[in-house]
Design a protein around this ligand. Structure first.
Ligand code: FAD
Length: 146
């Protein structure tokens, strides 16, 4: 099992409705290819975690990189993992448009991740903690499943 995290900047033309449309197609593709993960949209930037078969994840990442709906795609980390973090989610999504304590907490976590992403390319305790917490909050039901 392999995981990969990248961040990017959304193109100005990428609006909410278009994100929803992209997510529908992405979830369908991911489910068929046994790829799971999480996409976070925060202040015009994307942070995505992908996990699954290494070749399939890398092929998908190649397509994602050339998608003109975002730019400045930067690899944050990648590496082998023993088990999935998002086994039930073909692509969990959060865009912070709501407002509650759970969301505020995740927002702080995401802000700190964006401001000082870990330098190491291999999955490490900081990124594992981040995605595990994101998953717990998403699963708590207080955040929406777009
Ligand atoms: P096509 O659908 O043939 O599109 C080719 C290009 O046309 C795209 O790269 C894009 O630049 C443009 N395009 C396509 N549709 C639109 C549209 N509606 N509006 C404007 N331009 C468009 N795909 C997944 O399968 N799984 C994911 O997890 C996933 N995550 C993504 C995360 C982000 C932040 C972004 C921006 C895209 C993501 N995608 C994901 C979509 C992915 O980039 C590809 O569009 C998708 O895999 C289809 O690939 P394709 O080569 O068939 O592209």
């Amino acid at each position: 099992m392999f995981c990969l995290v990248y961040k990017s900047i959304a193109s100005l033309a990428f609006r909410k409705i278009e994100i929803a449309e992209m997510l529908e197609k992405a979830r369908d593709f991911n489910a068929k290819n046994d790829i799971t993960g999480c996409l976070i949209y925060y202040k015009g930037e994307f942070l995505q975690y992908l996990e699954g078969n290494q070749i399939k994840v890398l092929e998908l990442f190649d397509r994602i990189k050339s998608d003109n709906r975002h730019h400045t795609v930067e690899l944050v980390s990648y590496g082998k993992i023993d088990t999935r973090e998002f086994e039930d989610w073909s692509m969990a999504y959060e865009d912070f448009l709501g407002d509650n304590d759970t969301l505020q907490f995740l927002k702080l976590l995401v802000a700190s991740y964006f401001e000082s992403p870990d330098e190491a390319m291999e999955p490490n305790p900081t990124s594992e903690y981040f995605w595990r917490t994101a998953k717990r909050l998403l699963k708590s039901g207080e955040l929406k499943k777009f």
